[in-house]
Design a protein around this ligand. Structure first.
Ligand code: FAD
Length: 291
């Protein structure tokens, strides 16, 4: 099927892009990597009157670490750049683990992390990762910029809080206060598929003690699930076999999976429990069960 007719603009400044979105008055859409939007257009699930292509906007194709350890990902930073990133490989294990698991190489060459957050697919991997890391989105509109914690940015399946004339210009991962640990595991039916279930775990530690924890779940609810209670159960002590099992149980309880062609609800819950346990056990493999 062909998309509905639309006007296409490719502005060269953010101000011009925002002005075009204002003109569109809710009938315009931002086009970034196009890996989610173009299929929607072709299926006519989306029929905007105007496409504002942001690929010519200068200064958005970066990811970098600030001196304090804050990681910033610009709106035109592709998944593939994150997959090859030495910054993530050396500083951010949860993101480094997730990057190669997003779709396939063709999609990773064009798609963006920020676009993935904006698209708010319950099966989007990055939303879980950024939620577990306590990250936020920087949105820019006619009145300037605002920071939106990602847990508030995504409001439901395929919904975010951006105003129609705002562009998400950056995703930000706050600087850790201790050493970082964690990972991302995803069960997919075949390489390149969306998640049957995915689990992001992000820890900050002072010695053996967990000082901050985030756990978020992909594909097991109507939206990304922030398993905050499971994460909080880890804070304030070392990882032990008991604390790991407890957190894994709480994460499985937080999941709201539905049975579908990818698996039964019980199976997906089991995957969540297993993945949380697996990631945490790898962080601290020599944990002892309390007597
Ligand atoms: C075959 C296939 C397999 C895939 N598998 C996976 C997978 O396993 N895991 C996964 O997480 N994703 C997967 N995806 C989705 C992919 O990661 C997309 O790249 C991502 O969801 C959207 O990023 P994009 O830059 O392509 O955004 P686009 O498609 O350009 O836009 C998506 C939506 O976000 C909005 N948007 C984009 N950028 C901005 C911005 N800066 N400001 C405001 N609004 C914006 C657009 O208006 C649109 O509504 C897959 C896609 C395909 C085609």
């Amino acid at each position: 099927m062909y998309p509905s007719r639309f006007r296409y603009e490719a502005p060269r400044s953010i101000d011009d892009a925002i002005a075009l979105l204002r003109q569109g008055a809710g009938e315009a859409k931002v086009l970034a990597g196009g890996q989610s939007l173009v299929p929607l257009l072709k299926l006519r699930f989306a029929a905007p009157e105007l496409l504002v292509d942001i690929n010519n906007l200068p200064g958005l194709d970066y990811h970098r670490a600030d001196p304090d350890g804050t990681i910033r990902i610009g709106a035109l930073c592709r998944h593939a750049e994150l997959e090859r990133s030495t910054i993530l490989a050396t500083r951010q294990p949860t993101m480094a683990a997730a990057a190669p698991l997003i779709a396939d190489p063709v999609v990773r060459n064009r798609g963006t992390l920020v676009g993935s957050l904006c698209h708010a697919d319950p099966q989007g991997d990055w939303a879980s990762v950024v939620t577990a890391l306590g990250g936020h989105v920087v949105a820019q509109g006619a009145n300037g910029r605002r920071n939106i914690p990602v847990a508030q940015f995504v409001t439901g399946p395929f919904q975010n809080v951006l105003a129609y004339d705002e562009i998400a210009v950056e995703a930000v991962i706050p600087a850790p206060k201790g050493t970082v640990a964690g990972g991302y595991l995803k069960l997919e039916r075949r390489v390149g598929d969306f998640a049957t279930a995915g689990t992001a775990v992000a820890l900050e530690m002072s010695g053996a003690v967990v000082t901050r924890a985030g756990i978020a779940l992909t594909g097991v609810g109507g939206s990304t699930i922030d398993a905050a209670e499971a994460a909080q159960a880890l804070v304030g002590g070392p990882l032990t076999a008991d604390s790991i099992a407890h957190a894994a149980d709480l994460a499985a309880q937080a999941a709201q999976p539905r049975s579908d062609h990818r698996g039964s609800a019980d199976y997906k819950r089991h995957i969540v429990r297993t993945f949380v346990e697996r990631i945490l056990t790898r962080v601290q493999p020599s944990t002892e069960r309390a007597a």
